[in-house]
Design a protein around this ligand. Structure first.
Ligand code: CDT
Length: 319
């Protein structure tokens, strides 16, 4: 038995701060057309794919910050992407900054999320994920070469109000979403693994240089693949990780976009630091070989020994 899904990892090179949404959507469409020529059914774009990675700057003018956010999806700039993808019968996953005015269930406050959506082959949004692990810092830290202010500009979603790592029935499979820093946390994959996930889609913006730990810089590509390959193997799932990379406003970001099989092996990978499509024909039924043997959760997991995972946040060494 085989359930084939042909997936395209649509890596982007840097987006300049001055680049318009229209210019970026042109680039997304160019990759979509390449994908169509290669028989792709699902295209995965990076995190915050419509603008430059704006958390690298400290800003105090809320109007300036909000200019990086989308209030509707599809919106005036993205409708053409939805229309063309639906015309070509290609689904896609897209990361963007989402502004929700008067958020329901959030006391009517305006909320700002780092969001990814899953769009089916008819152009309908079938899944929406709001980033849970927001890295970086909330205050200006001028000693850094560049800022990483996700904790300042984005809200963590509340559990129950679209929060959580969900899995959707789509593309004849079980698909989940997460975003960038989420990929480094085993809990991300396991929560989806416990819902039977067969393919995790994720985008990332990862600077090569990590100001608080420059000793990690030479390992950044290794850590990228290490996390995603482990998440894939340990949960018997495909993982599609897609970078926005190259030099963006003077900041170097890693590429290495990859399509990873449930075995943990990389089966397709981008080779450049620019706009590039990597394609793989993925058999979703390959997940079963892992989910029914080594990682048959129902048979082998011992959750009564895992309670610290949800009871405790930070590490507490024994007395
Ligand atoms: N976008 C994002 O989450 N980037 C982080 C950068 C490292 S933490 C400052 C990542 O985990 O790749």
């Amino acid at each position: 038995m085989a359930r084939w899904l042909t997936v395209g990892a649509a890596q982007l090179g840097g987006i300049a701060r001055a680049e318009t949404r229209a210019q970026v959507v042109d680039r997304l469409l160019a990759l979509l057309h390449q994908a169509h020529a290669m028989g792709v059914e699902l295209v995965v774009y990076p995190e915050l794919a419509l603008t430059t990675f704006f958390p690298r700057w400290f800003m105090t003018d809320q109007a300036e910050i909000d200019a990086f956010f989308e209030r509707t999806m599809p919106g005036p700039a993205t409708q053409r992407l939805f229309d063309e993808a639906a015309r070509l019968k290609i689904g896609f996953c897209l990361g963007y900054a989402e502004l929700v005015a008067d958020a329901e269930g959030e006391g009517g406050r305006t909320r700002r999320y780092n969001t990814a959506i899953l769009v089916d082959r008819a152009g309908t949004i079938v899944g929406r994920y709001r980033k849970i692990h927001l890295p970086g810092h909330a205050e200006h830290e001028p000693w850094r070469r560049f800022q990483h202010l996700e904790k300042r500009y984005f809200d963590v979603p509340e559990p129950g109000n679209e929060g959580g790592f969900k899995v959707w029935r789509a593309f004849d499979g079980l698909l989940g979403l997460c975003i960038c820093n989420d990929r480094r946390w085993p809990e991300t994959y396991r929560v989806m693994g416990l819902q039977g996930v067969e393919m995790v889609l994720l985008g990332y913006n990862t600077p090569v240089h990590n100001p608080p730990a420059p000793e990690h810089d030479t390992l950044s590509l290794f850590h990228n693949h290490l996390s995603m390959q482990a998440g894939a193997y340990q949960n018997g799932t495909w993982v599609v990780g897609v970078a926005k990379c190259g030099i963006e406003e003077g900041c170097e970001m890693i590429g290495g976009s990859a399509i990873i099989a449930p075995s943990g092996e990389i089966v397709a990978q981008c080779a450049t630091q620019g706009d590039e499509l990597a394609v793989a024909r993925c058999d979703l039924d390959r997940c079963a070989s892992y989910k029914t043997t080594t990682f048959n959760f129902a048979v082998h997991r011992q959750p009564q020994h895992y309670t610290l995972i949800t009871d405790r946040k930070g590490a507490v060494p024994p007395d």
